[in-house]
Design a protein around this ligand. Structure first.
Ligand code: LAC
Ligand code: ZN
Length: 475
């Protein structure tokens, strides 16, 4: 793929943008540029030339037509909670924020569907559907601030995927603006659709590189009436990882099956100033069961308790009130922020078949110790999705720089050897793109490049992401 050349945003282009979408939607002040120069990814800053905050799909189309005319890079941005640098304007240009498109357009209770705009906060949406007895189970840790559009772009997962699936499993239709400013619609309130290629699913998870999502059709399900949360401490890393496939094998499908090692818990205790039961255990599983029949859930919880005890659990703690469950969830959701506050770090988002979790964990620890690196692991064990945080701590800068990349390469090579891949839910974005060849063949990459070219022949939409840097590129 030829390297795209871009132009800078001139005052004339700013004026064109203002005329097209209204001056109040075009921001060039220092604070706005700084705010949109970074996201939740560790320590990266790329300032855009201008930030636009359109309120309609038509305004987005106008912006894209101007960007196409002048060959200006455009980086779509939701709430900026991404962990792979997907929303960073690495080539400058325009950051296009979707926060102005924030309406829940419809909750259709007859068909169990919702139609929403991309700038709706995930938790706001969850609460709106729960208020009418419905359920949108996708529950990323950042749900209080992330946007549904960003969840689609990255195909966000979260802890409930083990039973309910990830974002893509709920998206049945989409409206989006292509880089040339044309509007594409695909799918709708349809549970089945094999009418040609699935353009909806192609755009979901495409990390803002193919199109800008402007309308989303989401499938809903009835809200389960009851849930129980179990917290299970273990005195080794291997035992909880071994218990995970055993639970699934017993015919119980928990709605959550999370793994966390001691360091994640301890760091979070310090960060929040709160304490976690059995914080000194080597690792925990956090297991949620949900459903409509309280008796069934109780029996499933008892069965799960038997299995984990057979696998070496030191105890089984039951959180059966909203307050107790809320406390545990608040801790769990804070892991990412807590790791961030502890040290400079780099987060990996490995995913393997769930019965390979033990091998992955043991391998990660072995690789890290060879490089003298500290790792803190936690994640969605039911999905085989392990977040491996590599912490710098007080390692001298030079050693950190030399050790990090080869260690990551070894971890990813192991992941692939175990039948896994290098991102389960955070995306490739900017920070993982040069590791893509470890996971994807040249043939796969060239098919992906051809798809990118079909959507975005000028390469102006979210450039510098997903594809490995070639020799003639700087970013
Ligand atoms: C979590 C985010 C980091 O699982 O994916 O907390
Ligand atoms: Zn996660």
């Amino acid at each position: 793929m030829a390297v795209a050349t871009f132009n800078r945003v001139t005052p004339k282009i700013v004026e064109r943008l203002c005329n097209a979408v209204g001056g109040d939607c075009v921001l060039v002040d220092d604070d706005s540029l700084t705010l949109h120069a970074s996201d939740e990814t560790e320590d990266l800053v790329f300032r855009p030339d201008v930030v636009v905050v359109p309120k309609t799909a038509e305004a987005i189309a106008d912006i894209m037509r101007i960007a196409t005319e002048y060959r200006i890079p455009v980086t779509p941005r939701g709430a900026g909670t991404g962990l792979s640098g997907g929303a960073l304007p690495v080539h400058g240009g325009i950051v296009l924020s979707t926060k102005g498109l924030n309406r829940i357009l419809e909750i259709d209770r007859e068909n169990l569907f919702a139609v929403v705009e991309p700038g709706v906060i995930t938790q706001v949406f969850q609460e709106a559907v729960e208020a009418v007895g419905l359920f949108y189970p996708v529950d990323p840790a950042s749900r209080g601030s992330c946007f549904l559009g960003g969840n689609l772009a990255e195909c966000a997962g979260g802890p409930r995927a083990v039973k309910y699936g990830v974002t893509k499993d709920f998206v049945t239709g989409i409206e989006a603006v292509l880089p040339d400013g044309s509007l594409v619609r695909h799918g709708g309130k349809l549970l089945k659709n094999v009418t040609g290629y699935n353009l909806t699913q192609l755009i979901v998870g495409s990390e803002g590189t193919l199109a800008i999502i402007t309308k989303i059709y989401l499938r809903l399900i009835p809200l389960p009436k009851h849930r129980i949360l179990l917290l299970v401490p273990f005195n080794s890393l291997e035992e909880p990882a071994r218990a995970v496939p055993a639970i699934m094998h017993a015919g119980v499908v928990p709605s959550v099956l999370e793994f966390m090692e001691r360091d994640a818990v301890e760091i979070t205790e310090r960060h929040l100033g709160k304490s976690f039961p059995h914080a000194d255990a080597v690792a925990h599983l956090m297991i949620e069961l949900d459903g409509n029949d309280e008796g069934v859930i109780q029996r499933e919880a008892e069965r799960v308790a038997e299995i984990v005890l057979e696998h070496g659990a030191a105890d089984v703690l039951v959180a059966d009130t909203d307050a107790k469950m809320g406390e545990l969830w608040a801790m769990r959701r804070a892991f990412g922020a807590a790791v961030k506050s502890e040290s400079i770090y780099k987060e990996e988002d490995t995913v393997v078949p769930r019965n390979q979790l033990v091998a992955l964990l043991i391998g990660v620890k072995e690789i890290a110790s060879r490089y003298g690196l500290r790792t803190v692991c936690y994640g969605h064990a039911g999905d085989g999705n392990l977040h491996v945080n590599i912490l710098k701590m007080d390692m001298p800068e030079e050693r950190w720089k030399t050790a990090l990349d080869p260690a990551i390469r070894e971890i990813f090579a192991l992941t692939v050897k175990l039948g896994g891949l290098i991102s389960g839910e955070h995306g490739i974005g900017y920070v993982q793109k040069n590791y893509m060849p470890i996971a994807s063949t040249e043939q796969e990459l060239s098919l992906m490049r051809a798809i990118k070219h079909a959507f975005d022949p000028l390469g102006i939409l979210n450039p510098g992401k997903l594809f490995p840097t070639t020799e003639d590129q700087k970013l």
